[in-house]
Design a protein around this ligand. Structure first.
Ligand SMILES: Nc1nc2c(ncn2[C@@H]2O[C@H](COP(=O)(O)OP(=O)(O)O)[C@@H](O)[C@H]2O)c(=O)[nH]1
Ligand SMILES: [Mg+2]
Length: 300
């Protein structure tokens, strides 16, 4: 048996979280087309007969602006330190540029096996892949280079066997049925944030956070899980955008989030959403702690 930590790193929007969800077989990380969707490290575990892969999904590596971003980038670097194998996920539809050079810089010191996953091949024609592979291979020696599509699952079995083969021999770190370190509470807040990201544009996705104020689990007498949550924005002007005309937007966010939450929890959900203005929450260390932005506890 082989077992160990596999860090998924790369630029924002490369498809790391989509890949993680595929590997663990359920949604443990939210996905959006807005960069910087993932704000903290997420553990997702895949156990097969041959190996246990403890994936570390990370925020994209980028130049930090707010304290929030510094914490996000630190979380990615922390995962690099904890990993037995590193998978660098790049977007095949994006021209390699300064962002990749920046990531590469951080990967120079990686001493464990480094794999390159060229993602989103469902969107590019085959002849475009070769120059990409050449470009990256010229800059660094990879344990393996695997073209994949995290969306269609094309190439994922090949990537999985490369990862498994690169892991150290050892006993599983988690019980076989263990899937994620994310609590229902944190999954709930992320699912709500995903719907906000889905329906808003421009600066708003970056300046939104979701707190769970109260989470009442279902019981024998009452099958409904009751969740009270707040959507934080960092300026007065953003509040009406989230609420929408006549409350139309917040209603839609609530309905879609509730549907996902019911699937996750396997029962009816009552969801109460409030929009609050918290100026500068992205630079408020205490709030960032509360929101769990950043690296979280180091792994043993
Ligand atoms: N077409 C296509 N889209 C993808 C693929 N992987 C991810 N995406 C999309 O790319 C965007 C960013 O994905 P996400 O997993 O959140 O990226 P992350 O920031 O690296 O975690 C989302 O809109 C995904 O649906 C892929 O293989 N093919
Ligand atoms: Mg992500």
């Amino acid at each position: 048996m082989r077992a160990g930590h596999v860090a998924l790193v790369g630029r924002p929007n490369a498809g790391k979280s989509t890949l993680l969800n595929h590997f663990v077989g359920q949604k443990v990380a939210i996905v959006s087309d807005k960069p910087q969707t993932t704000r903290h490290r997420i553990v997702g575990v895949r156990t097969t007969a041959a190996a246990q892969m403890v994936f570390l999904d990370t925020p994209g590596i980028h130049k930090p602006v707010h304290r929030m971003n510094q914490r996000m980038v630190d979380a990615a670097y922390g995962a690099l330190r904890d990993a037995d194998v590193v998978v660098w996920v790049v977007d095949a539809t994006a021209r390699p540029g300064a962002g990749d050079a920046f990531v590469l810089q951080r990967l120079r010191s990686v001493e464990v096996p480094l794999l390159l996953a060229i993602n989103k091949i469902d969107l590019v024609r085959k002849p475009r892949l070769l120059p990409l592979i050449d470009h990256f291979s010229a800059a660094k020696t990879f344990h393996a280079v695997v073209p994949i599509s995290a969306r269609t699952a094309d190439g994922l079995p090949a990537l999985e066997s490369e990862i498994a083969a690169a892991l150290p021999e050892g006993a599983p770190l988690f019980p076989e049925e263990y899937v994620t370190d994310q609590t229902e509470r944190s999954l709930a807040s992320e699912m709500i944030r995903e719907k906000v990201l889905m329906h808003t544009r421009d600066e708003l996705p970056y300046s939104v956070a979701v707190t769970i104020d109260q989470f009442e689990e279902a019981s024998e007498g009452n099958q409904t899980t009751r969740i009270f949550a707040s959507i934080l924005v960092d300026a007065d002007s953003q509040k009406p955008i989230v609420i929408g005309r006549g409350g139309e937007m917040i209603k839609r966010i609530g309905m879609e989030a509730r549907r996902d939450l019911e699937t996750m929890l396997g029962g009816p959900v009552f969801l109460d959403l409030h929009v609050k203005v918290r100026e500068d929450w992205r630079d408020n260390e205490r709030l960032l702690d509360e929101l769990g932005v950043g690296s979280g506890p180091r792994l043993a």
